[in-house]
Structure formats: C-alpha cells, structure tokens
Design a protein around this ligand. Sequence first.
Ligand SMILES: *[C@@H]1O[C@H](CO)[C@@H](O)[C@H](O)[C@H]1NC(C)=O
Ligand SMILES: *[C@@H]1O[C@H](CO)[C@@H](O)[C@H](O)[C@H]1NC(C)=O
Length: 231
Amino acid sequence: MEFNRWFIIGAILILMVFESAAAGRVIFDFHLNTDLHNESTHHRLCKDLGYDGLAILSAPEAYAYALKITNHSRKVYGSGAYIGAHYRPEAGIVLWDDDTVPRSDTPFYSSPAPTDPNTPCSLLDIYNKIWMSSGVNPKLGLCGNHKIQITESIGVILPGELQASSKAVLSVSQASRHLQCVLRCSMILECRAAQFNSDLLTCTVIGEYTPPAGSSFPVSNQIFTYVRVTF
Ligand SMILES: *[C@@H]1O[C@H](CO)[C@@H](O)[C@H](O)[C@H]1NC(C)=O
Ligand SMILES: *[C@@H]1O[C@H](CO)[C@@H](O)[C@H](O)[C@H]1NC(C)=O
C-alpha cells in the first residue's frame, strides 16, 4: 500500500514535468541565431537582441533544452552552435560566462575541459557534445539570458535509498515534504539526487556518486530518492 502511494506520487510528479513541457513553459530563455557567424559576431548579435550573451548550459536541464531547440539546425547545417563557456587564462580553466565552474559530467570531450589558449570558445557540436574551438569559423549561435533561477528540474522519484559505493553529501536539512526536497535539488547545480526521509523529515542533497556494480534499489517506506537527469 505504502509503496503504491509513493509510486503514485512519483507518477504525478513526472506527469507535472511532462505537462509543463507540453504547456510550453520554458525555464530557460534561449534563442538560436541560424545565420552562420564567428563567435564574437554571435556574441554581439545576442547582445543586440537583448540577451545577456551566449547561452549557458551549466544545468543538465539547460543542456537538454538546448539540444532540443538546436537539433534541427545543427543537423541541417552540419554545424555546431556557439555557447557561453570560455577558457579563462587568469583562472586556468574553462568557466561558464556567469563564472560558474562546469559540473564534472558536462559533456566536454574531456573532463575538465581542454585549456588551450588557441581554443577559448565553446560550441555545442553536431554530436551533441561541447567542443572547444578557436571561435573563428562561421557557426550557429545560441543566445541566452543568464540570470534565470532554476526552480524546476527533471528526474524520477523512486521509493528507496540511493545505493552508491561513494557519494558526496552536499547538504542535510529539515524538510516537511518530499517536494520541498525535490525543489532544493533543482536549485543546486551540483545536485544529482536528493533523498527525503519521512521519519526524520530530512532532505539530503547528493552531488557526485558512484553506483555500485549490479546495483539494486531496495524499496523503503520512509525514504524516497529523487534522481535528477544528468548530462
Ligand atoms: C534532429 O534533427 C534531425 C534532422 O532534422 C532529425 O532527423 C532527428 O529526428 C532529430 N532528433 C531529435 C531527437 O529531435
Ligand atoms: C568575426 O567576424 C567579423 C565580421 O566578419 C570580423 O570583423 C571579425 O574580425 C571576426 N573576428 C574573429 C575573431 O574572427
């Protein structure tokens, strides 16, 4: 009975996510420039259109949305789209243009992203990966507003405890309802899962974790785990 209840709650939440997608509620404000230009020209065009700059894909949901709205053009033109991550010589790493550090699972060709001064620009390529580029060649460009707070995420709710051979606990806090815990995860870029304990009324936000080999997912009445989509 208990299991059924959690299952139904999970199903409702997933439905909510699908419904908001179907209703066209966009949580990221992106715009694709379909004329081919170099990176600096795209950056200027984005500014001229009123965007903060090139799109930042720091969250897996932003990346999924960017893939969706650029897919057709990237395939038809056989061209990547410039996005807002740059090699910063002063920091010695690639950062998103709002100064956030890319998550370790961000789909660059290597992790961390290559730090070559000759390839300071980034583009979402035709293989759905992020390629560091000189920025000189004419490509598509994806504009975006940077200051959008993420309050929604995509994932599934499973009744039971996350099995992991290692995991990074980002925070443990009080929560009265499981949805509060899901929301907390959505707002933290590094969150990959969140666990709600209905006995202790705690929400544990989890970052990087390693699932054990041949993992099972033991069902529990007290604990449910929100597993967020990853990159
Ligand atoms: C991406 O675009 C190509 C070419 O238009 C199309 O064949 C393919 O189905 C699209 N893929 C997705 C996931 O939309
Ligand atoms: C980008 O293109 C513009 C317009 O064609 C040109 O003036 C500019 O020098 C180019 N910049 C780079 C870095 O290639």
